[in-house]
Ligand binder design. Structure first.
Ligand code: ADP
Ligand code: MG
Length: 697
């Protein structure tokens, strides 16, 4: 057995009891697991701050002083413990929301403590929330190096004797046993080229760095490695796909496409649309199967690009299908596309959950004998009964609602897989796209059709409600329609439902002469559709809704989007909602209503919305504020199981890792050269461990 595989119980200072806790709470079973349990920060013990020197822009800092007083404060939903630390220059608030009992019992009054944490500005005062705290005596005992590692621990672990410091001691006991036992994963070439420390040095230094420089080099090396193997995998997948997956060859541009382009197209394509169409033509006209992600902001004209790709397929004797996430959207696509195709000899079918059995049967037949050229629908398209004569291209709209598994299902609809074009209106920051979709080809429509009026976005506090409603009155009298949206967050669903109903009542009182629709998550699908359709047809002037209003729905006459409690929405959600207006010729408005007092993050979100309507800029900001895991939802966050690297901050390392992965595979596609043998075996290991998650290929 390799020493790294030794069960953690054998480590000096662990024993069976602690081993159990380590295993259960931290998933640390072996020496190797402990080795990879990294500090989350390092205390620079070379410097102390005075209370009077502290401001909120400082990073984690160290202060020494006496706790002179403590008090518990109860607010509406929470309780907090506030302790006051005093030094010669002033008084500093320390705040705990969690574990207050433990803190209260262990802090002794009028004793000198060393406090460590990040200063924040809250209501005009500086405080430190959840600081690390230890008595000066303890502090002196622990002082070994100037850069002291801090390991993630919890109250529960601390109670069981495994606080930050205890974990540090275990690691300290472990490292000497691992000398010369840690295998290198990168080639000598790469180490030299990038001037990286060996893996052993990096792992030792990530735990106990002698100075900041050693630490930074160790971090760089480990982050690079993490990203390098992910990129290696993505690029290899892409290569394999391109070599093995033969695709239908759409070699000609024929009658239908040309007729549409010359006679039906009511406007000039934007340059971005032209470029993307070229990319798609190149993909489909070659030897290989296309697997492309099309990103474009709401209203950028993706549907049209999709339609023209469909026409190319039809011109080459193939069928096509277009899948939308909801029935309303499928219906809308069906109508707009039929309008576009008027008097072209193309038969379009519609298949949604509400199709009657008899109609379905006919549809299935027409599909199998090739009479239907284009089938539009919802996930009903995925049912096994749906068979095609000759499916050449699959287009999936609003991709974020479809899972990878569903994409894979479409894939199997034919002996030879159809080309796949996935369209999403949720811009994905480039760094994230590179990691999540590194195996797909990505096209971007980064330009809106000309003549669009910029949506005017304002941020108002609740006290302006009367004026805001007055403004909506005026717009409705001009013939416009308005959305009024309330937040719905799962955990407090009941409360939100009440907010929505209260809101609905107040809207009714404020707009007695208008017809009002309401749509929310607890309604049946038919009822939702019914209400939505009334609004689409203009029978109602105001749509009161929770966030369930359909992604992508198109009501050009709606010119106002009022978002209640806007501080509770995420940035991409706000952006999606705003995209519901600004679709017609009229000036549109997005009004963000919020409380007066907001957290810093909420303020940043709302300010971003007012500042820009560029989906990519908003996505980047969102990534900064929330981090990548949240951004992609739970389904895909597993992909980003990164220990050290941060896709926002480490963008440069990511770019480098990708470039090196490309170069490595270019020179040695099978990783069979002897100089790459470290990489080859580490890569095998990586594939075994991490990516059970399977992609289409
Ligand atoms: P998306 O699906 O990207 O949100 P759509 O394809 O629905 O956007 O297009 C939004 C609107 O813009 C549609 O009414 C469409 O007809 C129109 N449109 C698309 N391309 C152009 C263009 N090049 N010039 C003018 N209008 C366009
Ligand atoms: Mg669309």
């Amino acid at each position: 057995m390799h020493v790294l595989a030794t069960p953690i119980a054998y480590l000096k200072g662990v024993g069976p009891k602690r081993a159990e806790v380590l295993e259960k709470d931290l998933d640390i079973r072996t020496y190797e697991n402990l080795l990879h349990y990294y500090p989350f920060r390092y205390v620079d013990k070379s410097q102390f701050y005075k209370v009077s020197e502290i401001h909120s822009d400082l990073p984690y800092i160290q202060i020494v002083g006496k706790i002179v007083r403590m008090k518990e404060v109860s607010a509406k939903r929470s309780k907090r413990l506030v302790a006051y630390l005093q030094d010669k220059t002033g008084l500093l608030e320390l705040v705990w929301f969690k574990g207050t009992k433990w803190v209260k019992n262990s802090i002794k009054p009028n004793t000198q403590y060393v406090v460590f944490g990040k200063p924040n500005l809250f209501n005009g005062k500086i405080n430190i929330v959840h600081p690390e705290i230890e008595s000066v005596e303890e502090y002196k005992k622990g002082k070994s190096s100037k850069m002291q590692p801090m390991y993630p621990s919890s109250e529960k672990l601390s109670n069981k004797g495994l606080n930050n410091k205890a974990i540090g001691k275990l690691t300290q006991a472990l490292l000497p046993q691992l000398k010369n036992q840690i295998r290198e994963t990168l080639s000598a070439d790469l180490l030299q080229k990038l001037n990286l420390p060996s893996r052993e040095d990096a792992l030792f230094n990530i735990h106990f760095p002698k100075n900041t420089q050693d630490l930074q080099r160790a971090q760089y090396r480990l982050k690079f490695e993490e990203l390098f193997f992910i990129q290696l995998q993505l690029i290899q997948m892409k290569q394999v796909r391109q070599q093995k997956m033969k695709g239908h060859n759409f070699s000609t541009i024929g009658e239908h496409f040309n007729q549409f382009f010359n006679k039906h197209l009511p406007f000039e394509l934007t340059n971005a649309q032209k470029r993307v169409l070229k990319e798609i033509r190149r993909d489909c006209g070659g030897q290989h199967q296309m697997n492309r992600l099309l990103q474009g902001d709401v209203g950028s004209g993706k549907t049209l690009v999709a339609l023209m790709s469909v026409l190319i397929a039809i011109d080459n004797g193939f069928q096509a299908c277009l899948m939308a996430p909801t029935e309303i959207l499928a219906n809308q696509h069906f109508e707009t596309i039929n309008d576009f195709l008027i008097d072209l000899p193309i038969k379009v079918g519609l298949l949604t959950g509400s199709k009657k059995a008899a109609e379905r049967k006919i549809l299935h037949q027409e599909l199998e004998n090739g009479e239907i050229h284009l089938l539009i629908g919802t996930h009903a398209l995925l049912e096994d009964k749906v068979k095609y004569k000759n499916l050449g291209i699959v287009i999936i709209d609003e991709q974020h609602r479809f899972g990878v598994a569903q994409r894979a299902k479409m894939w199997k609809k034919n002996t030879q897989p159809p080309h796949i074009l996935v369209m999403t209106a949720t811009p994905i920051p480039r760094t994230l796209a590179m990691t999540l979709y590194g195996d797909l080809d990505v096209s971007v429509i980064d330009e809106l059709p000309p003549g669009r009026k910029e949506i005017k976005t304002v941020w108002k506090s609740d006290s302006n409600r009367l004026r805001v409603f007055g403004f909506i009155h005026k717009e409705i009298r001009k013939g416009r329609q308005a959305y009024i949206v309330y937040p719905l967050i799962q955990e407090s669903e009941k409360l939100d439902y009440k907010d929505l109903m209260d809101g609905y009542e107040s809207v009714r009182r404020a707009f007695p002469e208008q017809q009002i629709s309401i749509v929310h998550g607890q309604m049946k699908a038919e009822d939702k559709d019914f209400e939505m359709t009334r609004f689409v047809k203009g029978e109602t002037q105001i749509m009161v809704a929770t966030t369930v209003i359909e992604v992508g729905v198109n009501v050009p006459n709606a010119s106002i989007m009022l978002i209640e409690s806007a501080e509770r929405f995420g940035l991409s959600q706000l952006h999606q909602l705003r995209g519901r207006v600004g679709r017609g010729a009229e000036q549109s408005y997005c009004i963000l209503m919020s409380r007066n007092k907001l957290s810093e993050d909420a303020q940043k979100r709302l300010k971003t919305m007012v500042r820009t309507s560029d989906g990519f800029e908003i996505a980047e900001e969102d990534l900064k504020l929330r981090g990548p895991g949240d951004l992609m939802g739970t389904q895909q966050s597993g992909v980003l199981d990164l220990k050290l690297a941060d896709l926002v901050k480490d963008n440069a390392i990511l770019q480098y890792a990708r470039q090196m992965a490309i170069e490595t595979l270019k020179e040695d596609p099978a990783l069979s050269l002897s100089k790459n043998k470290n990489i080859a075996s580490a890569f095998q290991e990586h594939m075994r461990n991490r990516w059970q998650w399977s992609r289409i290929s």
